[in-house]
Design a protein around this ligand. Structure first.
Ligand code: NAD
Length: 256
């Protein structure tokens, strides 16, 4: 379904980003990966799906590197058709204890990076008359949790950015939407599981159960594969009129 299209997925060397990259590749899209760490394994997984795989190591807190990455994608693949803004970090502390430099980092990587990539990707999408922008927000784009002020602010912000950009592109073939996952067991969340196990003096499994029990009524993690399937749907012609939504896939988290 996505043959001939090129997707750029930020933060796709692990977790949700890699899951979405693989789902888009399985539909025929070429994929440029991004993120820290060794990208050779993820690149091989994409190439094994029979599409072209690329990688750019832009640091998503650096606007000039984001610009260079978008340009590299257009040069290397001829276009950037599907932009998935997924890179993200977490820091947990109450506002009065929150290190200002961690605040700046969370806002830069989880929110401003999406502005910069969209700023550079939209002209090409407009010229070609088609595009998909998927911003990976969070249940925390819709509701808050204590201790996550920067993350909640960034994720609420990206939902707002999504709506504004969706209106600006409403009469075009470009759609802009946000996906709001609940708990997904990735390295980002494993750190929080480890912290919970240590704080409560409990096993890893019990910490996972308590984390889910606090927020996610299904008591099951959302998977990167399920989020990949939603990204494929939002990239499909069936979703041509899905514009500016913040679509939660969260085991019932925000229904409470
Ligand atoms: P993860 O830690 O597994 O992956 C994060 C990715 O971002 C990695 O590839 C990492 O290398 C990359 N990254 C981090 N900082 C970067 C930077 N400065 N420049 C470039 N790449 C950078 O995390 P994940 O859980 O897969 O999270 C992906 C996205 O999903 C994030 O935006 C996160 O907020 C969001 N999210 C996650 C959950 C969850 O439960 N895991 C829930 C809701 C939303």
């Amino acid at each position: 379904m996505l043959q001939g299209k090129t997707a750029l997925v930020t933060g796709s060397t692990s977790g949700i980003g890699l899951g979405i990259a693989k789902a888009l590749a399985a539909q025929g899209a070429n994929v440029m990966l991004n993120g820290f760490g060794d990208a050779s394994g993820p690149m091989a997984e994409i190439a094994a799906l029979g599409v072209k795989a690329g990688y750019h190591g832009a640091d998503m807190s650096k606007p000039a590197e984001i610009a260079a990455m978008v340009q590299a994608c257009e040069t290397q693949f001829g276009a950037l058709d599907i932009l998935v803004n997924n890179a993200g970090i977490q820091h947990v502390a109450n506002v009065e204890d929150f290190p200002p430099e961690r605040w700046d980092a969370v806002i830069a990587i989880n929110l401003s990076s999406a502005f910069h990539s969209m700023h550079h990707a939209l002209p090409g999408m407009r010229a070609r008359g088609w595009g998909r922008i998927l911003n990976i927000a969070s249940a925390h784009g819709l509701v808050a949790s204590a201790g996550k002020s920067a993350y909640v602010a960034a994720k609420h912000g990206i939902v707002g950015l999504t709506k504004a950009a969706a209106l600006e592109t409403a009469t075009t073939g470009i759609t802009v939407n946000a996906i709001c996952p609940g708990w997904v067991l990735t390295p980002l969340v494993q750190k929080q599981v480890d912290a919970r196990a240590e704080k409560d003096g409990i096993s890893n499994d019990e910490a996972k159960t308590r984390l889910l029990g606090d927020k996610q009524p299904s008591l099951q993690f959302v998977t990167p594969e399920q989020l990949g399937a939603l990204a494929v749907f939002l990239s499909s012609p069936a979703a041509d009129q899905v514009r500016g939504v913040a679509w939660n896939m969260d085991g019932g988290w925000v229904a409470q």
